[in-house]
Design a protein around this ligand. Structure first.
Ligand code: MEV
Length: 280
């Protein structure tokens, strides 16, 4: 049986979510597919630490089961690839064994895997890939599904893979001004309202983007690109842990005229994806 787990992006709340502020995340159409089958060769200890951890938490031995993993998610860009790989492998191993697995249990097992890579994850990535859809997440609390009665189109622009790991970026933010974290939390509440009421989103995404720049999670080249996009009328923010030295991962872009933004991205040879919030 093939298992699919979606990737995610953060609409708001990266980093501030680590300090107890809310985050808004959305599951993507792109994700990870995993198939588990009987291990005929009896010799496939996966080299990858994350996959080894997924086998460990699922209490399955590599001698017994083999997994094949197909990923549509670029690694390290902030699209939840590590949480989605862990979730898909664990789900596939449970399905192979014929064991039941609740979403809550899967979330807890993915959290164990995330701790290997991240140190102190808030849990927003595991929650987003396990539950999918549009979620409101506060660390340690049950998630809330947000319902929109309209669709918000987004462009996701690849600014390049960050040189820093998520763990390093979270540690860096730990050294920064806590007032910015509080302000980011307030913006997340406003973004929720703007999504629900369908107004004011472009300005709020820019406010959030500029606070994240102030926090220091965007590189100079990402800030320059964001400014160019803002001149074209877009709302722009880094989505995910970000990166300071070179690439900062994904830029989330909203605009009443996304075609213009897409043409700009094309012309500048930027990789981008179109997605949306609020559709099924
Ligand atoms: C990473 O997708 C989100 C961060 O806030 C880290 C976390 O919440 O664990 C940067």
């Amino acid at each position: 049986m093939q298992i699919f787990v979606p990737g995610k992006i953060l609409v708001s709340g990266e980093h501030s979510v680590v300090y107890g502020e809310p985050a808004i995340a959305v599951g993507l159409g792109m994700g990870i597919r995993v198939e588990a089958r009987s291990n005929a060769s009896k010799s496939s200890n996966p080299g990858n630490e994350l996959i080894r951890k997924a086998f460990e938490v699922a209490k399955v031995s590599f001698d017994e089961v083999q997994v094949s993993i197909e990923s549509q998610l670029p690694e390290g860009l902030g699209m939840g690839s590590s949480a989605a790989v862990a979730a898909a492998v664990i789900k596939a191993l449970y399905a192979f064994k014929g064991n039941d697995l609740s979403q809550e249990k899967l979330f807890n097992l993915v959290m164990e895997c995330e701790r290997v890579a991240h140190g102190n994850p808030s849990g927003v990535d595991p929650a987003a890939v396990v539950y999918g859809g549009l979620i409101w997440f506060v660390k340690g609390r049950p998630i809330e599904f947000l319902k929109l009665n309209h669709q918000v189109d987004l462009l996701l622009i690849d600014t390049g893979k960050p040189k820093e790991s998520t763990k390093e970026m979270v540690e860096y933010v730990g050294t920064r001004e806590k007032k910015t974290i509080k302000n980011l939390g307030l913006i997340t509440f406003k973004i929720r309202r703007a999504l629900e009421q369908r107004s004011g989103l472009v300005d709020l995404i820019n406010e959030s983007g500029k606070l994240l720049e102030e926090l220091g999670i965007a590189s100079e080249k990402t800030i320059a690109l964001s400014q160019e996009l803002r001149i074209l009328g877009a709302g722009v923010k880094v989505s995910g842990a970000g990166g300071r030295k070179d690439g900062s991962g994904i830029l989330l872009v909203v605009s009443p005229d996304l075609d213009t933004i897409a043409r700009f991205a094309d012309k500048n040879k930027l990789t981008f994806w179109r997605t949306n919030i609020g559709s099924n």
